[in-house]
Design a protein around this ligand. Sequence first.
Ligand code: MG
Length: 156
Amino acid sequence: MPVGVGYDVHRLVKGRPLVLGGVEIPFPRGLQGHSDADVLIHAIMDALLGAAALGDIGQLFPDSDPHYQGASSLGLLQQVGQMIDSHGWRVDNIDATVVAEEPRLASYIPQMKAKIAQTLGMSRVGIKATTSEGLGFVGRGEGIAALAVASLERSK
Ligand code: MG
């Protein structure tokens, strides 16, 4: 069973919506990036692509391509799911952790899980949220990090 790992960081800035796991979360700042900068979905996509040995999101969706300006990361996740499927895999399991000092994310996690599961047509999605105990760039509220692992199984 192939397993992949993904990791991503985005900076928190004023004047951007905060989108995590496809859910817009009320907060005075949002993540900076070329797409909607959904750091959780980005880590998950890299875990999926890693498990299938299909490269990474920087290769697939380069930020030099204006097509991806403001792109919904859920839409990109759907494309990754289709690639995985076309290579004869199905997603068995995803597990991820978001590291953010604030806001509190627990109440949004069920929605995030539902959106990701629906986008990929699977059901085993784990998402946890933790803080950095005030340490480092996450602890200072300068950015949000996410880690993910994914496992695949043969579909045919
Ligand atoms: Mg990213």
